[in-house]
Write a protein that binds this ligand. Structure first.
Ligand code: GLU
Length: 311
């Protein structure tokens, strides 16, 4: 699963073609490009298209046009996650062999109901840093025979990481990584209480991977040494480091850049319908102006607690 460490830094831009790129994606792509050129390194492109229902070739095509327009050149062939499902299956099997995953049969709708009842009764329900509720603890204690019986009914399920077992295997509760505060500066050690994530989903019955599993396996396969991405993925880095340690994958250096705010002070997002780069491109805005805007736009700071770092 691991390629030999390269002698030059390797960066990557990894968009999901499930919607249009906006100015925030342009910032990530441009910063990766700057970092790769300044360090004499390489910049790779990866299409994170595991969600086959929402990711389309048209959206992928539009992303390629946007990146071309911004003048960003990538080294080597594009890696597409949909071509690598067997590779992710191998990672999941490894975690199964280690006894670190279990199938969880509670559907999203059922979980919503359980949480609503608990909260109505005044009981708090644990949620992960993105606000998603943890699964009921009862899911984790089924026997392998029960799994087989439930699977034979054809019900859908998700493979979840057994967080307790994973942390026990590591022999420590603390997850750390090397985080550069600004692009390419000396990193310091960031710490995050990974337990907050609970038993995260690593794959589903019909999709052999989740974002978390695919991203760490691909970064290892592509020998990525430096990850530059938005601060919305800062907390998720704890899961990524946990998986890297469980699967014996190398550790990259991270830089999570500030997120851009729109005119109303909201963070840009695909779901909120932030102006697409392609809309700006087709309405005649110049790529130079967009690059300046992507690097200088108003940033979100208040929502992000700066990492506790040391060293
Ligand atoms: N595919 C993710 C996104 O478009 C980015 C993943 C990453 O950079 O680790 O938000």
């Amino acid at each position: 699963m691991v390629n030999a460490p390269p002698d030059k830094p390797v960066f990557r831009f990894a968009p999901s073609p499930n919607g249009a790129l906006h100015l925030g994606h342009a910032r990530s792509a441009i910063l990766n490009d700057i970092a790769a050129r300044q360090s004499g390194g390489r910049l790779l492109l990866r299409m994170e298209n595991i969600d086959l229902a929402r990711c389309t070739p048209e959206l992928e095509h539009r992303i390629n046009e946007d990146l071309d327009w911004l003048g960003i050149k990538f080294d080597g062939p594009v890696r597409r996650q949909s071509d690598n499902f067997d590779y992710y299956r191998r990672g999941l099997s490894r975690l199964r062999e280690l006894g670190l995953v279990y199938p969880s049969f509670t559907t999203r709708g059922e979980l919503r109901q359980v949480v609503a009842i608990a909260e109505k009764e005044g009981r708090s329900w644990p949620r992960d840093p993105d606000g998603a509720p943890h699964p009921p603890a009862s899911e984790r204690t089924r026997s392998e025979e029960d799994w087989a019986t439930l699977m034979a009914t054809g019900r859908s399920y998700a493979w979840r990481l057994d967080m307790d077992a994973a942390l026990e295997r590591l022999g420590s509760e603390e997850i750390t990584w090397n985080e550069s505060r600004t692009l390419l500066d000396e990193p310091s050690v960031a710490r995050f209480e990974v337990r907050q994530w609970g038993d995260v989903v690593l794959a589903r019955k019909d999709t052999p991977t989740s974002y978390h599993l695919a991203v760490v396996m691909d970064d290892a396969m592509q020998a990525v040494t430096h990850i530059v991405r938005g601060r919305d993925l800062y907390a998720a880095t704890a899961i990524h480091r946990l998986l890297q340690r469980l699967l014996d994958l190398p550790e990259p250096v991270y830089h999570h850049h500030a997120l851009i705010l729109d005119e109303e002070g909201r963070k840009l997002s695909k779901s909120a319908g932030s102006t697409a780069l392609s809309t700006r491109r087709l309405s005649g805005q110049g790529a130079g102006k967009i690059k300046t805007l992507a690097l200088s736009a108003r940033e979100a700071v208040a929502d992000f607690t700066l990492p506790k770092t040391s060293g």
